[in-house]
Design a protein around this ligand. Structure first.
Ligand SMILES: [Fe+2]
Ligand SMILES: [Fe+2]
Length: 388
């Protein structure tokens, strides 16, 4: 249940968030960790909603007062930052708050996601890409197009966003207390035979590992004392999740986590949206392995669909993917909105672009072509030259 506390160690608490069945009605809420190392207290992410806030406050109370309090944000997505203002209420002589630099531009969820949806609109209509609440999203599309006549398309998309983020309120990112991790001395951090770049906080209490695959600002947390790795949204099934995600970087980071786990350096794994704790080498390795192999399989399916017919729109690719009798396709379909935030079509667009397919055609109705296909680009240019 939201806000429940699982005391994983004497000095470390896991506060449970939620990925609700229906995201149209409720927000997703990232899990949170509270960790007490000597006279230093750490809060990793701050979740969403009053139930979650109460859970975090209980965990902080159990942890007791400390000389220093540090709030660490894994990244700036709204489901992780709504109660950052807790930093003002925790009694501590010294307070710190960190977020990676690119996150500073992402703290206003309406402006940030308005921009992401506008980017997606280059290729397809992200509102008709939703398979749930189709009527609602088509009406929202009409409203957007009407507004766009007066304020332009990006602004119109942004104007719809308060409707989406109303359910996250109150949103208190505590912008004024944030210091970018990048202002600290960056170090090479070795865990077993894996090397990360990142920052060490306290007396070796928390290692902040640069990941930047799920979003340009995402970091992971490693607590050496307990060999606990918190992978935030890196281990979210559907990736690349947003236009600013990078699946190559995500895969590399997942492989590093896997190598750490295989080397026995991860005893406990938590993340933001699996509301459970993974313990022991075999469970952790299996969890990470499955994420990677499912992702590879989904890319194979996309490549097969594109091999069968070039020049498909995103909606057509999606329809053909759906027809596949494949366990990973079934799993991904069961994950898409409203069960998690992205539509599978958003993931398909980002994947095809990363896989090198070329998008051509009018805005929102682009078709995807194999690199070097006859439908345009270099081959057409060459034929034109030959004809001349
Ligand atoms: Fe996220
Ligand atoms: Fe998240």
């Amino acid at each position: 249940m939201i806000g429940d506390i699982d005391r994983l160690f004497d000095n470390l608490w896991f506060v449970v968030g939620e990925m609700p069945e229906d995201l149209n009605k409720k927000p997703d809420i990232a899990n949170v960790l509270v960790y007490c190392a000597g006279d230093r207290l750490y809060l990793m992410d701050s979740g969403v909603g009053l139930q979650m806030r109460a859970g975090i406050e209980r965990a902080l109370q159990e942890a007791g007062t400390a000389r220093s309090f540090t709030l660490l944000n894994s990244h700036a997505h709204a489901d992780h930052i709504c109660h950052n203002d807790l930093i003002h209420t925790v009694p501590a002589a010294e307070k710190h708050h960190y977020l990676a630099e690119p996150g500073l531009e992402m703290l206003d969820p309406c402006a940030y996601f308005g921009q992401l949806f506008h980017q997606m609109s280059e290729y397809y209509d992200p509102l008709t890409g939703y398979q749930a609440y189709r009527l609602k999203y088509r009406l929202a599309g009409l409203l957007r197009d009407t507004l766009a006549l007066f304020v332009g398309q990006e602004r119109a998309m942004t104007m719809l966003m308060p409707n989406v983020f109303k359910k996250f309120e109150p949103i208190h990112p505590s912008r004024e207390t944030i210091q970018p991790y990048e202002t600290l001395l960056k170090r090479e951090l070795r865990v077993g035979n894996v090397t990360w770049s990142g920052w060490v906080l306290g007396d070796d209490a928390v290692w902040v590992l640069e990941e930047r695959g799920h979003s340009p600002d995402e970091v992971l947390f490693y607590v050496p004392e307990h060999r606990l790795l918190h992978t935030a949204d890196l281990t979210f099934e559907l990736f690349p999740t947003w236009p600013d995600s990078n699946s190559q970087v995500t895969r590399e980071a997942l492989h590093k986590c896997l190598a750490m786990a295989r080397a026995g350096q991860v005893q406990v794994l938590t993340d933001s949206h699996h509301h459970q704790v993974y313990r022991g080498q075999s469970d952790i390795v299996a969890f990470l392995d499955t994420l990677l192999s499912d992702h590879e399989r989904f890319r194979e399916v996309l490549a097969q669909v594109m091999d069968e017919q070039d020049g498909l729109t995103v909606g057509q690719v999606y329809a053909r993917v759906r027809e596949r009798d494949d366990p990973v396709v079934r799993k991904y379909l069961a994950c898409e909105f409203p069960h998690t935030p992205p539509s599978l079509q958003a993931v398909i667009v980002a994947s095809l672009l990363e896989m090198g397919y070329q998008a051509r055609g009018p805005q929102r109705r682009k078709r995807f072509f194999r690199p070097g296909s006859d439908q345009g680009g270099w081959n057409v240019a060459r034929k034109q030259i030959e004809a001349a």
